[in-house]
Each structure stands twice: as structure tokens, then as C-alpha cells.
Design a protein around this ligand. Structure first.
Ligand code: UD1
Ligand code: CA
Length: 450
């Protein structure tokens, strides 16, 4: 059965009090739209249509950023959820199969739940995802009879008796594409909100002799996001579940509640993460690496056996090969550190290529920026960069070369050479003692004068 996803994302999200469309607010550093699309992507859909309205340009860009082939249908006026799905009509014109409607602001629907809906679809024409609500509030209520779903009534239109129902509508719905589009045609807006309700397709289907049913999932899955506090709670839910997933996959998190992950964080088996580590977007860590406390990583790759931190910062383009050690207060950006490189203390390495086993002394800095352009630093294999070396890029230090501590290296250093770029030392015997005596006498004079 081929599947098309229709993701509703046209709403403004008034309660977010934001200039950003609601579905672009981030959970785990990814727009919540990506989370919704990812849930559906697990069904391997033939087509993905995102219905955008408020901030349509930005929403389209985000949709296509997640999935090149995603199509965008524009709903310029938000006249209701049925009207929103109707905007996907052109995109679905050639499509033959099932449509699953998801909301862009409901990021936690599990793949297994969607699979269960697909199974229920084999027996029923329309399948709606419901949940038993602890507080049913203003959700639409599912009116059932045995395993049959008879209709959905919106809170505003419900009688007291219907409001007492606790089985609520999540908004996720599955039906054959042609059937769904035909039923939507018949949906009117004669209701308390004056909107075209997608929920009305259930009663319309039943009145035609088609069958509808509800699949019930956990309330946590259907949690929508409408405000900043809900966004914060969703972030916490995401973090908790991402940590559990990693641990289930064999990653050690010493203090899981202090480790912050992104939607795309990938950590390999037997990697150990100490407390208080932040993984920004785009981080992959291979098996058996160690990320020590208080480190901050984004857009980087860490290989097996590498040790990062404590207090290290890996910025986009940091590529650490096997057994690299990056220690405290070391920042790496857009730089490739080959196997066995050590940069253990207080350094900035940006726009650089460093050969195997090279040692970067404490305080070394690549001076990569001249105020206008960035330049690269290249260091060969097995070199030794003395403490506090300034590498003024573009510059190359050869394999097996040595730079003296405190050197400012402005010219290339050949393989196996020693480069010294610092003021020669001058030593004056006995001068310190004499100087101290003079200063001591001066201080005594000052005291006497009051
Ligand atoms: C909807 C359901 C309700 C359900 C609830 C679950 C209807 C009529 N009601 O109500 O039964 O319990 O969701 O959260 O479907 N959207 C558009 N275009 C529109 C209207 C909405 O794209 O014209 C999008 C919104 O951006 C949002 C989603 O559809 O992502 C749901 O819309 P919303 O207005 O929040 O629906 P509810 O009134 O909450
Ligand atoms: Ca809502």
C-alpha cells in the first residue's frame, strides 16, 4: 500500500507570541516540523505534502531541508483542518493509495502507532488516532459504538453528555486518498467555529455505509505544542526519550539528566558521556569514544578511542580521527585532527589540517583570520608544536618539525626543522637582587614621608 503524508502546518500558533511560524520552533535543535515528518517518514511514504500558510516560505524551506522531495501546498486562509487537507488536492492528483494526516505541531507520534493505524486500515475505511485524556479539555471527542467510530464532535459543538467522553481526537487520520478527498468535498462549516472540520469526514463516511474506527495511543504521543511552556515541556520529553534511546543502544550516560542532545545526535556503542555535556546539531561520535564533563559539541565527528574534554568545545567542521585527545579549554573549528593527535590544553585550532601523532602544546593558537579572510594552517605528522605557538595562517609546519615555545610562526617550516620565532633571552647575573634592594629602599622612603 503506498502512503502519502499530509502534514498540516499552516496555523499561526498565536499563543507562541512569536514572529516565527509555530512549526519552526525547535525541539532538540530541530524544527518541530522535522519531528512530525520523521515520524511519518518511517512509513516510507511515496509522497509528503506539507500544508503551509503562516510563514509559508520559511516553512517550505524547512520542509525541503528535511526532505528534498517534500511538496508544499499553500493554504492562504486558515479555514479549518478539512480545508487545509483540501489544499493538498493538486499535489495528490496522481496519487493512488492511503493518506495519513499529521499535524506539524504534534512531534511525538511513534512509528509503531502509525503502523497500528495502517493495520486497522485493512479492516476500516477511516482510521482516527485517539487517546484517553487525563483532562479532555477542549479536544474533539470520539463517539464510539464498540470498535466502531461513529463521529467526532468538537468541544465547542458538544453537548454536556458528549463532553463527558474522555476518548479524544489526536488529529491523526488515515483513509484512502480518493475517498478522503471526496468526503472533504462534502464538509460544511455550519458549526460553532464556522470552520471546515476534518473531523466531520467520520460521520460522512459512516452515513455512506463506510466503516470508521479509532486506534488508541498514549496521551504523551499526541501532545501538541501551543505555547512556550508547552514547548519547554516537549523539550524535556524529547531529551528524556533521546537519552533512553541512546542508553538502550549501548551508550553510557553517567548523569543522563545533565546531557543535552539534538534530534540528529548519533553516539556509538560503548561511548561514555560524563555529566553536563551539550550536543548541538550535527554530531556523530563513533563507538568507544569518551566525552568528558562540560564539553560542548556541534557539527563535528569524533572517532573511536578519542577523548574530548573536560571543558572542550568542538565547533562545526571539527573532525577527530581515532585516539585523538582534545583537552580542557581547547576549541576546534573546521579542522581535521588525524589519528593520535593531542591538543590537551588551552588552544584554538581553526581551519587546520593536522597530521598523525602531532602534539599541540598548551596555548597554541592558529591565527586564522586577518580581519577579512580565513586562512588554513597545515601541520604534518609527528610534529611538536611548542607551548604558546602562534601559527599565523596561511602557514605550513612540516612533519617531524618542532616550534619553540612562544614562537610566532609566520613562515613555512620544512620537515624536521626547528623553528624559533621569539625574542632571544637575555640573562643578567645578580640583577634581580639589586633591583629588589632598590625597590625596597624606595618603598621605605615613601612610608617615612607618610
Ligand atoms: C483539532 C481537532 C480536534 C483535536 C485537536 C487535537 C478539528 C476540527 N479539530 O482541533 O478534534 O482534538 O485538533 O489537537 O480538526 N491547521 C491548518 N489549517 C487550518 C487549521 C488548522 O493547517 O485551517 C493546522 C494547525 O496549524 C495545527 C492543526 O492543523 O497544526 C490543528 O489545528 P488547530 O486549530 O490547533 O485544531 P484544534 O482546534 O486544536
Ligand atoms: Ca491545537
Amino acid at each position: 500500500m503506498s502512503i502519502a503524508l499530509v502534514v498540516l502546518a499552516a496555523g499561526k500558533g498565536t499563543r507562541m507570541e512569536s514572529d516565527l511560524p509555530k512549526v519552526l520552533h525547535r525541539i532538540g535543535n530541530a524544527p518541530m516540523l522535522h519531528h512530525a515528518m520523521a515520524a511519518g517518514a518511517a512509513l516510507d511514504p511515496e509522497k509528503v505534502v506539507v500544508v503551509a500558510g503562516h510563514g509559508a516560505e520559511a516553512v517550505s524551506a524547512a520542509a525541503q531541508d528535511y526532505m528534498d522531495e517534500a511538496e508544499v501546498a499553500i493554504q492562504s486562509e486558515q479555514l479549518g483542518t478539512a480545508h487545509a487537507v483540501a489544499q493538498a488536492r493538486t499535489a495528490l492528483a496522481e496519487f493512488d493509495g492511503d493518506v495519513i494526516v499529521l499535524y506539524g505541531d504534534t512531534p511525538f507520534i511513534r512509528f509503531e502507532t502509525l503502523e497500528e493505524m495502517a493495520r486497522a486500515r485493512a479492516r476500516h475505511d477511516v482510521v482516527v488516532l485517539g487517546f484517553e485524556a487525563a483532562d479532555p479539555g477542549r479536544y474533539g471527542r470520539l463517539v464510539t459504538n464498540g470498535d466502531r467510530l461513529e463521529r467526532i464532535v468538537e468541544f465547542k459543538d458538544a453537548t454536556d453528555e458528549e463532553r463527558a467522553i474522555t476518548l479524544c481526537n489526536s488529529g491523526v487520520l488515515a483513509a484512502d486518498c480518493a475517498t478522503l478527498l471526496r468526503l472533504i468535498e462534502a464538509v460544511g462549516n455550519d458549526n460553532a467555529s464556522g470552520e471546515y472540520y476534518l473531523t466531520d469526514v467520520v460521520a460522512l463516511a459512516v452515513s455512506e455505509g463506510l466503516s470508521a474506527t479509532a486506534v488508541v495511543c498514549d496521551e504523551a504521543e499526541t501532545q501538541g505544542i501551543n505555547s512556550r511552556p508547552e514547548l519547554a515541556r516537549a523539550e524535556a520529553v524529547f531529551q528524556a526519550s533521546a537519552r533512553e534511546t541512546l542508553m538502550a543502544d549501548g551508550v553510557t550516560l553517567q548523569a543522563p539528566e545533565t546531557v543535552f542532545l539534538s534530534f540528529d545526535t548519533a553516539l556509538g556503542r560503548d561511548t561514555e558521556v560524563e555529566p553536563h555535556v551539550v550536543f548541538g546539531p550535527g554530531v556523530t561520535v563513533e563507538n568507544g569514544a569518551r566525552i568528558r564533563a562540560f564539553s560542548h559539541l556541534e557539527g563535528c565527528h569524533v572517532s573511536t578511542g578519542a577523548v574530548v574534554g573536560p571543558y572542550a568545545r568542538l565547533r562545526p567542521g571539527a573532525e577527530l580521527d581515532e585516539d585523538v585527545h582534545v583537552g580542557n579549554f581547547v576549541e576546534i573549528k573546521n579542522a581535521h585532527l588525524s589519528a593520535g593527535v593531542k591538543a590537551n590544553h588551552l588552544s584554538y585550532i581553526g581551519d587546520a589540517d593536522i597530521g598523525e601523532r602531532t602534539n599541540i602544546g598548551a596555548g597554541t593558537i592558529t591565527c586564522n583570520y586577518d580581519g577579512f579572510l580565513k586562512h588554513r594552517t597545515e601541520i604534518g605528522e609527528g610534529a611538536f608544536i611548542g607551548s604558546n605557538t602562534m601559527l599565523v595562517a596561511p602557514v605550513r609546519v612540516g612533519s617531524g618539525a618542532l616550534t619553540g615555545s612562544g614562537s610566532v610562526i609566520t613562515e613555512d617550516v620544512p620537515d624536521d626543522a626547528l623553528a624559533l620565532g621569539r625574542a632571544p633571552q637575555v640573562t643578567k647575573p645578580g640583577r634581580a637582587r639589586k633591583l629588589f634592594e632598590i625597590l625596597k629602599a624606595r618603598r621605605a622612603d615613601l612610608k617615612k614621608d607618610g
